[in-house]
Design a protein around this ligand. Structure first.
Ligand SMILES: [Zn+2]
Length: 270
């Protein structure tokens, strides 16, 4: 169509796909298709369309090696500009950019249908688990949600081969890992800072616990949560009590690196 004239000038560039197929004869009256034989399983096409060949290696061929299969899946997911593709809309001329996008979107949906059945690599699973843990904590979601059938259905619709961790793994492993990772990071930052301000504030969480947060504010006004203390068992959070608490924390950080600030009225006494 719009790109056919462009293609005629230099002929179609050779598609990468032919590394894995034996190219046969040009099929007469076929807009330039060839016959082809799969180098792995020797399946033969009298008229070979590039899209079919890719699909064969990605999902059908029983003898293809896994490296090749992954390359093909990458080609399919990136929808790389394979010039010999069957979609004639896939031109690189600027006048047909919008057309190209549309064509890509359509094939993307089609590819996703297959791609979601491809195993989720371990690295990807770790990445998803991290984001999942962060979401549960930061959005204050009930941990039971992770085992709710509707939530599982939602996740499976997005990525069928990803297995959600159990509630136990979420709370006992993933969240602990994420907390450790953040603590390490905060410690590293705080260790390099001087002239920090410590601020603290108390609040009651949804389960009725009395929590005090101690934050460190760096010279460039960045705020880090240093620690949280549960004072539910302390009957009166008096100035003297909080004073003792803050002295312990200040000693721990190094008093010479700090100034004290207050958010709660009690803190003035301290
Ligand atoms: Zn094959």
């Amino acid at each position: 169509m719009s790109s056919s004239s462009l293609r005629k000038v230099g002929g179609r560039p050779i598609s990468k796909i032919w590394e894995w197929f034996v190219k046969g004869d040009l099929v007469p009256n076929s807009k330039g298709y060839y016959s082809a034989t799969c180098s792995f399983c020797e399946y033969h096409w009298s008229t070979a369309k590039v899209a079919k060949l890719k699909k064969h290696l990605a999902y059908e061929c029983t003898k293809v090696d896994s490296d090749t299969k992954i390359s093909i899946l990458m080609m399919l997911t990136n929808n790389c500009d394979d010039s010999e593709d069957d979609s004639y809309d896939t031109s690189t001329t600027s006048t047909t950019k919008s057309k190209k996008r549309k064509s890509n979107d359509r094939s993307q949906t089609h590819i996703d249908d297959h791609y979601e059945n491809f195993p989720t690599p371990l690295g990807k699973e770790d990445q998803i688990n991290k984001v999942l843990a962060k979401m549960f904590v930061c959005c204050n979601l009930p941990f039971a949600l992770i085992e709710h059938p509707f939530f599982i259905e939602f996740v499976k619709t997005l990525r069928a081969t990803y297995n959600l961790p159990s509630r136990w793994v979420l709370t006992e492993t993933l969240i602990i890992q994420e907390i450790s990772r953040i603590n390490l990071k905060v410690n590293r930052i705080i260790n390099e800072e001087n002239n920090m301000t410590i601020a603290f504030d108390g609040w009651t969480n949804p389960t009725g616990q009395s929590i005090y947060d101690y934050c460190l504010i760096t010279e460039d006004r960045k705020e880090y949560l240093w620690c949280s203390k549960d004072y539910s068992n302390v009957p009166h959070h008096t100035g003297a009590f909080l004073g003792d608490e803050i002295i312990k924390i200040v000693d721990n950080i190094g008093p010479e690196r700090l100034a004290v600030s207050d958010n709660a009225p009690d803190a003035r006494v301290a």
